[in-house]
Design a protein around this ligand. Sequence first.
Ligand code: GLU
Length: 488
Amino acid sequence: MRTRFPPSPTGLLHVGGLRTALYSYLLAKQTKGSFLLRIEDTDRAREVPGAAENIVESLQWAGIPPDEGVMLQDGVIAESGSHGPYKQSERLELYQAYAKQLMDAGHAYPCFCTTERLEEMRKNQEALHRAPMYDRHCLHLSPQEVQTKLDAGEPHVVRMKVPHDRLIECTDDIRGPLKFQSATVDDQVLLKSDGWPTYHLAHVVDDHLMQIDLVLRGEEWLSSLPKHLLLFEYLNWPAPRYAHVPLLLNADKTKLSKRQGSVAVQEYMEKGYLPEAMLNFLALLGWNPGTTQELFSLQELIEQFSLERVQKAGAIFDLTKLDWLQGQWMRKLTADEFAARIRPLVAEHFPEAAADKEFTKKAALIQQRITFFKEAPDMMGYFYRDPTVSVKLLASAKQKVTKEQLPMILETLIRSLDAIPEKSWNEEGIKESVQAMMGEANLKLGQLLWPLRAALTGREYSPGAFEVAAMLGKEAVLKRLKGAKNIL
Ligand code: GLU
């Protein structure tokens, strides 16, 4: 199957766009087909410089680069494939030729109406509570009138002629059978007065010439579908399959918007989300695997994705779910991979981390708790610097450690841990020693572990006391416990 993603370069790639691209990519890969990227840059007023680059780079980052079309080659934007060019601005002559073919066949006509006339018409329709629709004024011009205007070089657009008595039918791969009454379909502008096509003409031409089998796009295009189906019919081309994916919604069910959070893929990239987490999250926005599985690698998505399991209703963009998936994907990295990713970040703050032979082991201790790589320096700081501790942190209502008990607890810890021979300084040895302390001092495990952990890390949350103490070594542990005792 040949599928495509044809964004307009009007801004940074939107998360909804990435989801559409992902679904198209999955369907192509499932069938060992091709996924194509086309740039629909016919709306010059809305074009944003650098947007095409951002789209290509975002797809690359996500791990779903196109097989054909506009893509990155050795870091620069290039085109590849035998159906190009893949930027619509380089295909203008094609659209103009097909517009002419449609006019010659009587399926389209030139329209000379001025903006003022169209505005007036719209106002009148509004006053009569009618849907805004072109009134076909220019369809009724005589051939001579048309010729005279054309000869005089009067500016004009080309409109498609929509019959008013047709039932247009189609089966959408997500929505099932659809029926449209052609009387409600406007005589759409196909070619603007400057000779540039509208989306409606351009994508129909391209999807045909680029041999696209399935058009997967946002549901906002659903109402335009009858126009597109008519164009395929007028041009005597078989229409592709269509699938309209549901909107992404804010938690309050309004259409996902910038005002309620980030919508650009780049922002998620910069925040440090893993592409694996992002793809997993987007796949599940609207697609239900039908099982309880929640973690999906790209390969698993290729194997399991199906349009039958994509819902029609809007999908809520739930960032809590994204963060949860992010954590899950962080845990799935191998210890070596994880350490390699965070080491440069940690070394920026603690240069000794760069050559630390124990780094991978230390990193492994935080891998279970981290959400973003950038949290690593903060989470690992106590391996390289003595932490700042406070009485407030050392005491804990939950663990039943009162301020008054702290001197006794810290002294017990110092005395007993000091007695551990260097060769038994490991998690097991430390654990045994702490267990013996419980009986001797009549304390609960938490009453020893909380102050120990707090004194070693200076943090409310961290890996367990035994692991940290074993990693830090006896000398550092005793030094920190004594330091803590001194602030009491
Ligand atoms: N250029 C259109 C857009 O960005 C493409 C829609 C489609 O997939 O056909 O919305």
